[in-house]
Write a protein that binds this ligand. Structure first.
Ligand code: FAD
Length: 333
């Protein structure tokens, strides 16, 4: 059995789709760079996919020291078994101290399988990362008890320390094309009979409307809208801003809008330039998903609504008066 000291370097799993990286991988390189520097270890990007050489180079430009690439047609469409096998094989060979994955559908699927195969722990759905000064372990922070407190979790006795981190929590460092680093290629195949699931058909979400994590402008509606038809006010404002429609969970639970639009602890974590919350009270679980937005504008008829505690600009009033006025004003410019 290996000693903990045998495990070195911080890894970030750069999730790809159709040869392109998802934002979260590059975002995670920012906190991972800090961890690697503090631990005096290297930061390595793990790129698994098809035709992903450019992603490896981009990962280095975004802060990685090196990249390890597993490239093959079998990785073009995500398969839990193939990806879990590739990542487990790499970890067993290279022994990283720390592995970060995005808390996306795929990261949440593959991360726990890999940690289970390796007999190590995984802290799911983190929103903060640091180093525990006393033990030198990675300190993973995540919401607990329905978001009412933040738990810091250490993995002191096994390696690697693994965790999934929510998209949108960290900002990606601007790429520096002058950065160079070694790119290592590994060939890993998974036996056909070890792949237990087959993708029969892929149905894409209405992506143009629901790409919340990448959106620069988000207009969100909550229970204050009163009925599903009133989301037209939110859609109109989002449309003039060329933004995306978000929602609170109350609106989703009421069946007014699809879950893909939900922002918050059990929805998406977003960090747009401008987030406009209309008829949303600002429950802690909603704030958990949007409080990192650059500018928050809240429209609510209740002056004591908690959303005003995080808002940069607040309008106390009826959203059915204010939102159309705002939409018309923006249209003029
Ligand atoms: P409400 O709290 O009912 O607020 C409606 C607001 O609209 C009020 O402030 C009211 O003053 C205002 N309003 C009403 N009419 C008007 C009007 N005409 N003009 C202007 N303002 C008006 N919630 C999320 O959003 N995302 C999550 O991911 C999430 N995850 C959760 C996970 C767990 C484990 C739990 C327990 C809860 C979670 N919730 C989540 C639910 C959360 O606790 C709140 O219940 C929810 O956010 C409330 O949604 P809301 O603000 O739309 O509704």
């Amino acid at each position: 059995m290996s000693n903990l000291e045998d495990y070195k370097n911080v890894w970030v799993f750069i999730e790809t789709e159709e040869g392109k990286a998802k934002n979260v991988g590059y975002e995670l390189l920012t906190p991972a760079r800090n961890l690697a520097d503090q631990k005096k270890e290297k930061l390595v990007a793990i790129v698994i996919g098809y035709k992903v050489e450019d992603v490896a180079k981009q990962s280095i430009a975004h802060g990685a020291d090196e990249a390890i690439v597993v490239d093959g047609e079998e990785y073009n469409i995500f398969s839990t078994d193939a990806y879990a096998n590739a990542l487990t094989t790499l970890i067993e060979k290279y022994k990283p101290s720390t592995v970060l994955l995005g808390a996306t559908n795929n990261g949440r699927d593959v991360g726990p399988r890999v940690s289970c195969r390796l007999g190590t722990g995984l802290t799911a759905d983190c929103t903060g990362l640091g180093i525990d000064e006393e033990s030198g372990n990675v300190a993973w922070t995540r919401p607990a008890f329905g978001g009412n407190l933040m738990a810091t979790i250490l993995c002191p006795n096994t390696r690697p320390q693994m965790g999934t981190v929510r998209p949108g929590v960290f900002k990606r460092t601007p790429p520096d094309a002058s950065r160079t680093g070694k790119i290592t290629h590994e060939e890993i195949h998974t036996a056909a009979d070890a792949i237990r699931t087959k993708i029969l058909k892929r149905v894409k979400e209405v992506a143009e409307e629901v790409n919340l994590e990448e959106a620069e402008y988000i207009v969100s509606g909550g229970r204050g809208l009163g009925k599903p038809e009133n989301f037209c006010y939110i859609r109109d404002l989002a449309s003039v801003l060329k933004g995306t429609v978000g929602s609170s969970r109350a609106a989703v639970d009421a069946g007014w809008i699809a879950h893909a639009h939900q922002v918050g602890q059990t929805g998406k974590t977003v960090a747009p330039k401008i987030y406009i919350a209309c008829g949303i009270s600002g429950a802690i679980q909603h704030l958990a998903g949007m409080s990192d937005s650059d500018i928050i504008i809240a429209i609510n008829k209740d002056p004591d609504a908690p959303i005003f505690n995080v808002a940069d600009y607040g309008v106390v009033g009826n959203l059915f008066d204010i939102v159309p006025l705002l939409t018309e004003e923006i249209k003029k410019h």
